[in-house]
Design a protein around this ligand. Structure first.
Ligand code: F6P
Length: 367
């Protein structure tokens, strides 16, 4: 007997850390599904946690109306729930269990034909594994870190870059008043995109990213050299994934049983302390933290998220599964999830953007 491959009902979930533009994607997937294809839509609450625990809600046109400009996600998210290694919350040390069959059953019982997984590398890797169990999945790449393979850019990044740039602008005036070196620590995990692009946009004097090895002596030299030339302040933008000179990460917390086992954070405070001790310039650190993920998305992110959501729906209707939508140049294209799962897109140290930054006098602490 032939299987019925028609799509009538879709499910949407948002996984991993939130970022501005998630709601715009949900809106685009649901509205395109309803308006163009007459589908029914369901939202799965709190990412994969809701899939394991069968927590779903119907999504109508009015449910997704008015959310284009709203940050966060109306569905909630979880960056710890993993269907293949699920640890019940509050279980205090219980062994991870493979509950992926339960997820398959929950989707089948709800009559959901395609699952849209909006998330970063962790969420998309899990989506790929669910596809191997026969679930039709389409991924949408989100993250302020901008480190997903198969797409030139992720939504959420542009908004976060604006927040970093604004912080650099604000630090400039206070750094100038007090003749200080201000160190701004950005997020970005192991990728330097956020520090690089936000730092360049704000005119940071030194930008330190995980992809380019730095020397503290060089950082001191740049600060001192600027002071000698009458620029008695410096702005240093450092990505949280930058390691100590000995090669160790600076870790806020270690977390077992999750995709990302280290919560990074602290390199900025360490660096300010070193500059303070080694130079005549007083130094302070600012950790931008989750400010970078909150609030309303920029116009660019709203549009990219809408294009991604629409394209994801179209991919599904064309019968494609186990794919993600990504932007290549000016086009939105399908990318096999196998090219995306468990990989990372990092800054190329010799790329045009790094060369442009160097050309205008930005130091990466290496030369
Ligand atoms: O991946 C997005 C991100 O914001 C990273 O830049 C950061 O390291 C991490 O998530 C923080 O995660 P959490 O919200 O768990 O503190």
């Amino acid at each position: 007997m032939a299987t019925d491959t028609r799509i009538r009902r879709i499910g949407v979930l948002t996984g991993g850390g939130d970022c501005p533009g998630l709601n715009a994607v949900i809106r685009a997937v649901v509205k395109t599904g309803i308006f163009e294809f007459g589908l029914e839509a369901f939202g799965i609450l709190d990412g994969y946690d809701g899939l394991v625990r069968n927590r779903m809600i119907p999504l109508t046109e009015s449910d997704v109306s008015g959310i284009l400009t709203v940050g966060g996600t109306i569905l909630g998210s979880s960056n710890t729930a993993h269907p293949f290694k699920y640890v019940a919350q509050g279980a205090g040390g219980s062994e991870p269990q493979d509950l992926s069959d339960r997820c398959v059953e929950n989707l089948r019982n709800a009559g959901i034909d395609v699952l849209f997984c909006i998330g970063g590398d962790g969420t998309l890797s899990i989506a790929h594994d669910l596809a191997a169990k026969g679930i039709r999945v389409v991924g949408v790449p989100k993250t302020i870190d901008n480190d997903i393979c198969g797409t030139d850019v992720t939504f959420g990044f542009d908004t976060a870059v604006h927040i970093v740039a604004e912080a650099v602008d604000r630090l400039h005036t206070t750094a100038m008043s007090h003749h200080r070196a201000m160190v701004l620590e950005t997020m970005g995990r192991h990728a330097g995109w956020l520090a690089l692009v936000g730092g360049m946009a704000g005119g940071g004097d030194i930008i330190l990213i995980p992809e380019i090895a730095y020397r503290m002596e060089r950082v001191f030299e740049v600060v001192e050299d600027r002071a000698r030339r009458g620029k008695r302040f410096s702005i240093i933008v450092v990505a949280e994934g930058v390691r100590l000179p000995g090669g160790e990460y600076v870790i806020r917390q270690e977390v077992a049983d999750t995709h990302h086992k280290m919560r990074l954070g602290g390199i900025g405070v360490w660096m300010a302390h070193e500059i303070d001790a080694a130079t005549a310039t007083e130094s302070r650190a600012v950790v931008l933290g989750h400010m970078q993920r909150g609030g309303t998305p920029t116009a660019c992110d709203r549009v990219l998220a809408t294009q991604f959501g629409h394209a994801a729906l179209v991919e599904a209707m064309e019968g494609h599964t186990d794919v993600m939508v990504g932007r290549k140049g000016t086009r939105i294209v399908p990318v096999p999830l196998s090219h995306v799962a468990n990989r990372q897109r990092l800054v190329e140290p010799d790329s045009q953007i790094v060369r442009a930054a160097r050309a205008v006098g930005t130091s990466f602490g290496d030369e």
